[in-house]
Structures are given as structure tokens and as C-alpha cells.
Design a protein around this ligand. Structure first.
Ligand SMILES: [Zn+2]
Ligand SMILES: [Zn+2]
Length: 123
């Protein structure tokens, strides 16, 4: 088990700030069409225990239900996607690009690769 660390992040405009203590072990790149439309590229998320995530101000947080079981949270001021949340999942997923500092993840799992855009390689 890796050591838990404190991580911080914010949206592009800084209105939404959050932190959590945990590992970055549960990381995904999601290539589904919904993620590509939402992020312009594949989604990049890390799973965080729900009770470990602390969100500062929530005034500009908005949620879009992209399916019956999935909600995507974003900042209404700058449009940064922030959370991906699926009913029944143990973790909530934070967009990796929002984390501050030089963030490295031990391992990334690519999912929904059949829907991947033809304009990039999996690498
Ligand atoms: Zn913002
Ligand atoms: Zn996706």
C-alpha cells in the first residue's frame, strides 16, 4: 500500500478549490464519446474516497447528468470539468488535470478504447 498524500487542485478560474488525502492509484483515461465531448480529448480521472474529498467553495459548481447513473460536475464560470460521479461506485473521480504541482500517477488504465478518437494514439 502506497503512502497517502495530501493533494490539492482547482478549476481554471480558481473559484473551485478542493483537496483530498489519498493515493493516485485509481487512475483512468476514458476514451468514451461522452468524455471526448466533455474534455475535447480523453477523460483523465483519479478515484478518491468520497469522504476524503473536501471542496472549498461550491457556488459555481454545476452538475450535468450525462446518463441516468452518471453525473459530471463543472465550474460554471470557467467550464473546467471537475468530477465524474457514478451512482454505486465506491470512489468519486476527480479530473487529474486540475491537481496542482507535478503530479505523477503510478499506473493509468485506459478504458473504452474502442471509442478512442482517431486523432491521437494511446501511446
Ligand atoms: Zn472555475
Ligand atoms: Zn468516459
Amino acid at each position: 500500500m502506497r503512502n497517502k498524500q495530501k493533494h490539492r487542485g482547482s478549476c481554471l478560474c480558481g473559484a473551485v478549490r478542493f483537496s483530498f488525502t489519498g493515493t493516485l492509484d485509481d487512475a483512468y483515461f476514458c476514451h468514451c464519446v461522452q468524455c471526448r465531448k466533455n474534455y475535447g480529448m480523453h477523460g483523465a480521472f483519479v478515484g478518491v474516497a468520497r469522504d476524503a474529498l473536501v471542496i472549498g467553495k461550491t457556488k459555481t459548481l454545476r452538475t450535468y447528468k450525462s446518463s441516468r447513473s452518471t453525473a459530471r460536475t463543472f465550474c460554471e464560470t470557467c467550464g473546467s470539468p471537475i468530477l465524474w460521479d457514478r451512482k454505486g461506485y465506491e470512489n468519486i473521480y476527480v479530473c487529474l488535470g486540475l491537481l496542482d504541482g507535478s503530479v505523477t500517477v503510478p499506473k493509468v488504465t485506459n478504458i473504452h478504447t474502442k471509442d478512442k478518437g482517431a486523432y491521437y494514439d494511446l501511446g
